[in-house]
Design a protein around this ligand. Structure first.
Ligand SMILES: [Zn+2]
Length: 229
């Protein structure tokens, strides 16, 4: 059993970008506290600019603090807090596909700061002497990259890249995201129910006679609780 620390080389975008990690990542509790205080003050000014009398409204007087805490501790958690170390195991001769489907995704679009909700399906095939990872680590990777600003295309690539790195020597990785974007349903065109599907595949999942890719998508259709692709 080999332990591998998650680190900055799983990242695919520049430090500081909304869909990257914050400078100084991972932040200490003290640094997060300071950040929450600064963001709280700034959000109060944002509400002032919108002529919202939040200081005297019992429902809103704590809102700047709530919003700042939600960003740092939940909505953008992946920018500030590292995930727990990845444990990988020898595959012991298993050479089939490993699939985890319907991993819940909550993210936020970098463009409008509105939620992105959906599911992520991940498949990979370990190499000859390859490593498999504890299943929940795939969920943690989705959390790490989902809990920050995102555009779905880049998020798909980021998750694919991270899975590929932690399953070193793999024969292929495939990641599909099916998600709805609140910025489409609540603003702009205001269309409820439209979903976006993105897929990033490598190795055997990209080859011409693509049985692995077919097996992956067929597997998603089996008793899968309605999240069909
Ligand atoms: Zn958007």
């Amino acid at each position: 059993m080999a332990k591998k620390e998650i680190n900055i080389d799983l990242e695919v975008v520049k430090v500081g970008f909304a869909n990257g990690v914050a400078e100084g990542f991972p932040l200490t509790d003290k640094q997060k506290e300071k950040m929450i205080n600064q963001a709280e003050k700034a959000y109060g000014k944002f509400l002032d600019a919108l002529k919202c009398d939040w200081r005297n409204d019992p429902n809103s007087m704590e809102t700047p603090k709530r919003v700042a805490k939600a960003y740092v501790n939940n909505l953008w958690e992946g920018r500030y807090t590292a995930m727990s170390p990845i444990t990988s195991f020898p595959s012991d001769g298993y050479d089939g596909i490993v699939i985890e489907r319907n991993i819940p995704l909550t993210s936020m679009c970098s463009h409008h700061h509105q939620t992105i909700k959906g599911v992520v399906h991940i498949g990979y095939i370990a190499g000859e002497n390859g490593q498999v990872v504890g299943l929940s680590k795939l969920n943690r990777i989705v959390e790490l990259f989902g809990r920050r600003g995102a555009i779905q295309e880049q998020l798909t690539s980021a998750i694919h890249n991270a899975v590929s790195k932690i399953t070193k020597g793999n024969k292929g990785v495939i990641v599909t995201i099916v998600a709805t974007h609140n910025c489409v349903s609540c603003r702009g065109v205001k269309h409820e129910g439209a979903s976006m599907i993105t897929t990033k595949a490598s190795g055997v999942f990209r080859e011409n006679n693509n049985l692995a890719r077919k097996e992956f998508f067929d597997s998603l259709k089996i008793n899968n609780g309605g999240h069909q692709v």
